[in-house]
Design a protein around this ligand. Structure first.
Ligand code: IYT
Ligand code: CU
Ligand code: CU
Length: 255
């Protein structure tokens, strides 16, 4: 904890390098398809998978490689040149688990934050058209301008919170607020609240720390028989839908 700032575990189709470790800032993480499978960040909880739940891994899983990204906060601890032993412990089994874990990523691809503008909402929403999923953890991600990110299930017009968090707190997976499922016919929606204060130019979605991102990750489990481990939503959602988002989505979280 005094050394590592965060760790992210990715599933990759093809890793960015064939070495056993490399600089991911320079070379990237995966060559093409990738998904976040786990996140740890300073002082944050690190939920374990519920009983009877596992990620499907290996050659036939679609993402046969793991890549672990370790972001070092303070490298002062290596002044004595000791070997690093930071990492994650994975529990593996060949026994089929009744439920398969997966990640649903909601992200905005077109948000523009105007300089000086106090509030910009980035909204994302999709109709859910697959077998039921059971969310148990969520993670938010923005860069510096993000204030609060909230995710919801909308069923028959009723908004139920999956989770809300400040992206300025450690960006780990946090347990969901309450147990709920998402099933065919529901809408999954997320809002990121940004501020353009302190900027003198427009801010776009992009990968540098001067750009922004709006991500809401849902970690869920699903019956193994019809599991779909990776899903995503990049649709902006309708103005009409977001008229009804609970007011809490725009209430900042103290950091
Ligand atoms: C443009 C954007 O929002 N990128 C995000 C989400 C993302 C993650 C993965 C998009 C794609 C991916 O394959 I994995 I396409 C993003 O890059 N998020 C960062 C990490 O790179 C995972 C984050 O910390 O959530
Ligand atoms: Cu970090
Ligand atoms: Cu980012």
């Amino acid at each position: 904890m005094n050394t590592v700032h965060h760790m992210l575990l990715f599933g990759c189709r093809i890793p960015a390098s064939t070495s056993s470790s490399w600089d991911c800032g320079k070379n990237g993480i995966c060559k093409d398809e990738s998904s976040v499978m786990y996140a740890w960040a300073r002082n944050a909880p690190h939920p374990e998978l519920p009983k009877d739940v596992g990620f499907k891994v290996g050659q036939r899983s679609g993402l046969p490689y793991f890549v672990l990204q370790i972001h070092y906060g303070d490298i002062g601890a290596f002044g004595d040149h000791h070997r690093d032993c930071s990492g994650l412990t994975l529990t593996m089994t060949t026994k089929p688990q009744p439920f398969i874990a997966g990640i649903y990523l909601l992200m905005s691809v077109d948000t523009v934050i105007l300089p000086g503008k106090k509030v910009t909402n980035a909204d994302v929403a999709c109709d859910y058209t697959s077998y039921p999923i059971y969310p148990f953890a969520f993670r938010t991600h923005t860069h510096q301008l993000g204030k609060v990110v909230s995710g919801y299930r909308v069923r028959d017009g009723k908004w139920t919170l999956i989770g809300r968090q400040s992206p300025q707190l450690p960006q780990a997976f946090y347990p969901t607020t309450k147990n709920l499922n998402i099933k065919y016919g529901d809408t999954v929606a997320a809002r990121c609240v940004f501020t353009g204060e302190g900027r003198t130019t427009k801010t776009y979605i992009g990968s540098t720390s001067n750009d922004e991102m709006c991500n809401f990750y849902i970690m869920y489990y699903m019956d193994r028989k019809h599991s779909e481990p990776y899903m995503s939503c990049v649709e902006p959602g309708s103005k009409e839908l977001f008229k009804h988002i609970p007011a809490e989505a725009n209430v900042p979280i103290p950091v």
